[in-house]
Design a protein around this ligand. Sequence first.
Ligand SMILES: Cc1cc2nc3c(=O)[nH]c(=O)nc-3n(C[C@H](O)[C@H](O)[C@H](O)COP(=O)(O)OP(=O)(O)OC[C@H]3O[C@@H](n4cnc5c(N)ncnc54)[C@H](O)[C@@H]3O)c2cc1C
Length: 435
Amino acid sequence: MVEERFDAIVVGAGPAGNAAAYTMAKEGLKVLQLERGEYPGSKNVQGAILYADALEKLIANFREDAPLERHVIEQRLWMLDDRSYTGMHYRSDDFNEEKPNRYTIIRAQFDKWFSQKVREAGATVICETTVKDLIRNTKGRVIGVQTDREEGTVMADVVVLAEGVNGLVGQRAGLREELKPDTVALAVKEMHFLPSDVIEARFNLKGDEGVVIEAMGTVTSGMTGTAFLYTNQESISVGIGCLVCDFKESGEAPYALLEKFKAHPAIRPLLEGSEVKEYAAHLIPEGGYDAIPELYGDGWVIVGDAGQFVNAAHREGSNLAMTTGRIAGETIVRLKRTRQDFTAAELSLYAKRLEESFVLKDLKKYRRLPGFLHGNKERLFGLYPQLLSKAAQTWLRVDGTDKRAKEKEIWAAFRQSRGLKGLLGDAYRLARAWR
Ligand SMILES: Cc1cc2nc3c(=O)[nH]c(=O)nc-3n(C[C@H](O)[C@H](O)[C@H](O)COP(=O)(O)OP(=O)(O)OC[C@H]3O[C@@H](n4cnc5c(N)ncnc54)[C@H](O)[C@@H]3O)c2cc1C
């Protein structure tokens, strides 16, 4: 394999690994990045929204050549029952700014582009190579990695684990626990191809404008999860995901849920006539703040999904991955230039900087949310969407019933289903989880 010694080895070439490798290589560190896939992006699945801010902090002019699909000008949040949706939409021409804030992307293309930037910055990127284990010295400090290649041992001052949600290397090395089924979601996604003018007409878009739909409700059959639909230039990404423990308990098949979502009266017309070309399944870490493992130790740090850095409340993952990768990279650059020491005590600076960033502030803010959603799933993903839909229909139908009587009917439906104490309790728990 590669015989020389490196300043840093990065395991994985997703957004987290690319951000770390790019940051360090750009500052002149000798970086080796190892990716098990045929090419960066070949193993990756994402909906996918790219949050510009995190990438801009790495590559300020990324808009010049990155493979961006559409910039998002409209967000729809839908609560579904089986026949209807109650929605909140936000659309603004302000999002047609010179430097848009969010884009849809196709990960296979985006990761390839990002990896090219990593190579241009000077890192050595080797694909089709799986890291099997970490190598430690007699004092237990990580000093390199063992790969599946012949003579596949490589040494470095520090190893950045950016291996994604499964994190088998970290698990094998005892740095993190095995994933728990109640902290990880299984998502399935399809790409539906349609001509761009059809997409624009269906979603009321012009040029590169795009729309994002996030949905929850009875479509997940009482399981904790959400569905999504994102517009690309000539395709629509559509997917759904639920906690693995809920799939296990219910026996529901993920693809059956996706079929149910696609057949929903609000979704079916948006996909009509499309050609499905890709199908993929992937895990998403959803345990939040309390599921974050140890983030650093002697000679190693963990970044991105491997560290459970996903803000499920806002469907943000790639930006947390890039930010944690960048901060880990910056920490290593600083230590290389100052202390020449990569012990846990020195690398703790990485965790300290994360505490100061939006990453840990946000995850801390929502630390009660995963438990709240899972603990109240029957109501949140069953009862309430149905009650809301019924309330909207009662309210909107003009049928000779006076408005006060309608209000009474709506209120009675809520009280009969949940009782006043139950309703107040749910509202309190939601406010507490969101705080
Ligand atoms: C269906 C779906 C939709 C999503 N939608 C969004 C969205 O719209 N917006 C958003 O911001 N986030 C979204 N996410 C989350 C986002 O995809 C992740 O947070 C992000 O990809 C994490 O980046 P990462 O680099 O940590 O991990 P990954 O992207 O998973 O990259 C890890 C890389 O490491 C490689 N690897 C693993 N093990 C080894 C090994 N032993 N040796 C060598 N290489 C290895 C893998 O092949 C992979 O390339 C979505 C996720 C899913 C599944």
